[in-house]
Design a protein around this ligand. Structure first.
Ligand SMILES: [Zn+2]
Length: 248
């Protein structure tokens, strides 16, 4: 039996019940446990955590908690430099790529619209999402905390909102993606890359009105879908406008 004192900081409090938010609280445990297990038993996925201090010293997820430990748990810091302390994972992934779980179809489409690489299928099993993330170094996006508890997932984000547009905003802000959007570069349907294609080559595949009004076309390298400024591009422009004023 051990009695711990824990305090969670910033948005990690989103996962806690009111009486545990924003303040130290006691937490008894009755068996040996790693700090990862303790944190996740309180509902906070390990992928949300960037730094853990026990009695003032940084520890990793394997640390075995001891009686009377005073534990502070911090989320990903955006600007605060914690390099002298032990970060729980290697540097942030340099080129951010995502894999979204099967409930986040709309979000994946929005991310692709903005040019972000996001794998998604509506029949993904949790284990598959975890494996893809691990193998391809992709950030898991999910609204399922249990999925984020899997050990092989090192980079993940628990999506708070259930509204797709707000979800994109969350992700742009959490990963600071405002300068990285490249609209019109990725296929919303399959995540393939879009490349320019000569209008003459696709004349038989476009409607007469489209043929008349547009000259710039792109085609998805993977699924062959054709895109032009009237469809896809306007949506992306509107979405960006809607999201970008929110940056502060
Ligand atoms: Zn495609």
């Amino acid at each position: 039996m051990a009695l711990l004192t824990l305090r969670f900081y910033e948005e990690l409090n989103d996962f806690l019940p009111p009486q545990k938010k924003q303040q130290p609280f006691s937490h008894p445990i009755d068996r040996k446990a790693s700090i990862k297990d303790v944190i996740e038993s309180l509902g906070v996925p390990h992928t949300e955590v960037e730094l853990i201090l026990v009695n003032g010293h940084s520890v990793d997820f394997q640390y075995q908690v001891q009686d009377r430990d005073e534990i502070s748990v911090y989320p990903v810091f955006e600007s605060f430099n914690i390099s002298p302390l032990l970060r729980l994972r290697d540097k942030p992934l340099r080129h951010l790529r995502f894999v979204a779980d099967s409930n986040l179809g709309k979000l994946s489409q929005y991310l692709r619209l903005l040019g972000f690489d996001c794998l998604y299928r509506n029949d993904y099993e949790d284990a598959e999402v975890a494996e893809i993330s691990h193998q391809q170094h992709r950030v898991v996006l999910t609204r399922d905390r249990r999925l984020l508890k899997r050990k092989i997932i090192t980079h993940g984000y628990f999506v708070r909102s259930d509204q797709p547009r707000q979800q994109v905003g969350e992700i742009m802000s959490r990963f600071d993606l405002y300068d990285d959007a490249e609209p019109f570069t990725r296929c919303v349907n399959c995540n393939g890359q879009l490349v320019k294609i000569n209008k003459a080559a696709i004349l038989d595949r476009i409607e007469p009105l489209t043929r008349k009004h547009y000259d710039d076309f792109k085609i998805c390298e993977d699924c062959g879908q054709i895109f032009w400024p009237g469809s896809h591009f306007k949506r992306a422009g509107r979405l960006l406008k809607e999201l970008i004023p929110k940056r502060e």
